[in-house]
Design a protein. Structure first.
Length: 313
C-alpha cells in the first residue's frame, strides 16, 4: 500500500519509558507558576513518526515550562514498537484505531483491545489537560492541515497560531470519536481546547519540521516557553490561512470502494455532481461546486471514511 519513501528515522523512545507521573512514556513538567496544563501527544498512530521526532527533540533540548504544566505523551507505544521501515504502514495500530475510541460509552464499556487499555490508562491525565496538540501525519503527500473539529474556540486558536495554511473544521468519523473531540474539548462552553495537526505525508522529511514548528508555536501561544527558546526553530508563517468546512464524510458502505482518480487531498472539484468514486458500484458524486477532497484514504474498508468533502469559507 505504501508508495512513498521513508525519509525519516524512527527515534528510540525507550529512554522515556519510565516517565515521571506513573504512566509509561508520559513525562510531565510543572513550572510551579500559574498557567494552563498543556499536553503534546505523539504516536496516536504508531506509524506516524513526526510527532515522536518532535517530542524526542523537545526532551533532548531539556524543555522546562516557564508557566503552567507541560505533559509530553507517546500514545500508542505498542503499535510504534512494531514499526518496520520495510512495511511502514503496518504499525498504525495493534487491534484498532486509537483515535476512534474517545467517547464515554466505549471507554466505560466492556470491549477490550490494546488501544482501549492504553486510552483508559491515559484518560484521567487527559481529563486534567487544558489544551491539547495531537501531532499526526497523512497517507498522501497533502499540504499540512490543522484539524479543528466543530468548535469555534478551536478554529480561533488555530488562526491565532497562524499555521498551517489550511484549517479543516469537521465532525470526525462514523467509526468513532477522536481524542481531540473527547469530553470538554468538543464543548464550546468549556475553556478546554484541542487541535490535531496533520503535518504532511507520514515519512517525508518535511513533516518533522512542520511538527516542531507547530509544537513550538502552540507552547509560545500559551506562554509555556520563551521566544528565545523557540525562535531559532520556527519556520516562516504562511501568507494566509484558509478555512475548509467539512459538510460530510463519505463512509464506505460496501466491500468494494474505488476512487475515480488517484486523489491525494485538497483537490477542488469544480462541478457539482462530478463522480469521484464508486462504492460497490454506486457512484459517489460531489454535492456542490468547488468541492474540496480532504484526506482521501488508502484504507478502503467498510465502515471507514473514504474521504471528507468540504467548502473553502
Amino acid at each position: 500500500m505504501n508508495s512513498y519513501p521513508v525519509e525519516l528515522e524512527a527515534p528510540d523512545i525507550r529512554p522515556y519509558r519510565a516517565g515521571n507521573c506513573g504512566i509509561e512514556y508520559v513525562t510531565s513538567f510543572d513550572s510551579g507558576k500559574t498557567g494552563p496544563h498543556l499536553m503534546l501527544a505523539a504516536l496516536t498512530h504508531g506509524n506516524e513518526l513526526c510527532g515522536a521526532i518532535a517530542l524526542d527533540w523537545l526532551l533532548r533540548e531539556g524543555v522546562q515550562p516557564i508557566a503552567g504544566r507541560l505533559t509530553l505523551a507517546f500514545m500508542n507505544v505498542a503499535a510504534y514498537a512494531r514499526f518496520d521501515r520495510a512495511n511502514p504502514s503496518a504499525s498504525r495500530c495493534v487491534d484498532e484505531d486509537f483515535n476512534r475510541v474517545w467517547n464515554t460509552e466505549t471507554l466505560d464499556g466492556a470491549r477490550d483491545s490494546v488501544e482501549l487499555r492504553r486510552a483508559r490508562e491515559l484518560r484521567l491525565l487527559i481529563d486534567s489537560v487544558d489544551a491539547l496538540l495531537d501531532i499526526h501525519s497523512m497517507q498522501h503527500a497533502t499540504p499540512p492541515l490543522m484539524i479543528c473539529g466543530m468548535t469555534r474556540k478551536a478554529r480561533e486558536l488555530a488562526l491565532r497560531l497562524g499555521t498551517p495554511a489550511y484549517l479543516v473544521c469537521d465532525a470526525g468519523h462514523a467509526a468513532g470519536r477522536r481524542m481531540r473531540d473527547y469530553g470538554a474539548f468538543a464543548d464550546d462552553a468549556s475553556p478546554k481546547n484541542a487541535l490535531l495537526i496533520e503535518c504532511g505525508q507520514h515519512w517525508e522529511r518535511a513533516s518533522a519540521t512542520v511538527a516542531i514548528d507547530a509544537m513550538l508555536r502552540f507552547l509560545l501561544h500559551f506562554g509555556a516557553i520563551g521566544r528565545e527558546f523557540a525562535a531559532p526553530h520556527l519556520a516562516p508563517l504562511p501568507a494566509a490561512q484558509r478555512v475548509v468546512e467539512v459538510t460530510q464524510a463519505v463512509t464506505i458502505a460496501g466491500d468494494d470502494f474505488q476512487f475515480a482518480a488517484p486523489y491525494v487531498g485538497m483537490e477542488v472539484i469544480a462541478r457539482e455532481g462530478s463522480v469521484i468514486g464508486h462504492d460497490g458500484g454506486r457512484p459517489v458524486a460531489t454535492p456542490y461546486d468547488n468541492c474540496v477532497l480532504i484526506m482521501p484514504s488508502m484504507r478502503l474498508r467498510k465502515g471507514e471514511t473514504a474521504v471528507r468533502l468540504g467548502r473553502i469559507v
